[in-house]
Write a protein that binds this ligand. Structure first.
Ligand SMILES: Nc1ncnc2c1ncn2[C@@H]1O[C@H](COP(=O)(O)OP(=O)(O)OP(=O)(O)O)[C@@H](O)[C@H]1O
Length: 252
């Protein structure tokens, strides 16, 4: 993924201002910044919810245009949301299976007639969804209604559903928000295991311990501008970053 001077304005407000960035395959990159810095808007540009006002974002050599969520998933970008968006009244397993539909081959007629090929594919989907739930540590909760699970588990179901789209790039929007410290540690371990499986991750997260502990590289936005980029240790020491978080007086 590569952004070249990516810009998004809402009327007079420039939410993302000429941001350059790239993510290499296999990296975990953190996107941080104070509230309103433009992080979610940047995610929405990568996922085609918004179109850039100017500049461009390329993914696997193709420019990202305004697209429907399933088109972006098919392109190879999976995401989770700041506010959990699971399908109510569906089990954890069904929620994960929904993520796979952008990769299935069955056409409508085959699905209606429930042909042998369709049944075989559905069984494969189910097996794979169970495997993903096992990967996030929720195999024993597969038949529970997803939205009735504890908060931390719901976030894990969302991660499993995003993985089910077979993403080449996984975007995690505040995966540890609202979690207790035990759940945060589990989420950090899960992201580490996701990276070990070969996935590429871009992560928005306010929990500095988690960000610093897991990211290969960190990018900092403030008022839409990229104010710093570097290794976690470099970001922690950056005067610009400290000022952005604490205000100029706080950095003294
Ligand atoms: N749809 C929109 N219309 C108008 N302004 C918007 C819209 N979306 C975001 N903004 C504005 O753009 C700026 C960046 O917002 P954004 O949500 O991207 O920040 P953020 O870094 O994700 O913040 P947070 O950490 O609080 O989630 C803010 O000033 C916000 O009010």
């Amino acid at each position: 993924m590569e952004a070249k001077e990516a810009t998004k304005s809402f009327g007079g407000l420039v939410a993302v201002n000429k941001v350059d960035m790239h993510i290499n395959e296999g990296e975990v990159v953190g996107l941080i910044g104070p509230n309103g810095a433009g992080k979610t808007t940047f995610f929405n540009l990568i996922t085609g919810i918004y179109e850039t006002t100017s500049g461009e974002i390329n993914f696997l050599g193709q420019p990202i245009k305004k697209s429907k969520p399933y088109e972006i998933a098919k392109l190879g970008i999976g995401r989770t949301f700041q506010n959990i968006r699971l399908f109510k009244s569906m089990t954890a397993l069904e929620n994960v299976m929904v993520g796979q539909y952008c990769r299935t081959h069955a056409n409508l007629l085959g699905a209606i007639l429930r042909t042998k090929a369709v049944r075989r594919e559905q069984q494969q989907m189910k097996d794979k969804a169970i495997e993903l739930l096992k990967f996030v540590g929720l195999e024993d909760k597969k038949d529970e209604i997803a939205t009735s699970l504890p908060y931390g588990d719901q976030r894990k179901v969302e991660v499993a559903r995003a993985l089910a789209t077979e993403p080449r790039l996984l975007l995690l929007d505040e995966p540890a928000a609202g979690m207790n410290s035990r759940e945060k540690v589990e989420m950090q371990q899960l992201i580490k295991r996701i990276q070990e499986k070969g996935y590429t991750v871009l992560l928005i997260e306010h929990d500095m311990k988690l960000v610093m502990g897991i990211c290969d590289r960190i990018l900092v936005l403030d008022y839409g501008n990229k104010i710093a980029e570097g290794l976690p240790a470099e970001i922690q020491k950056s005067k610009e970053v400290i000022e952005a978080y604490l205000g100029k007086g706080g950095a003294a």
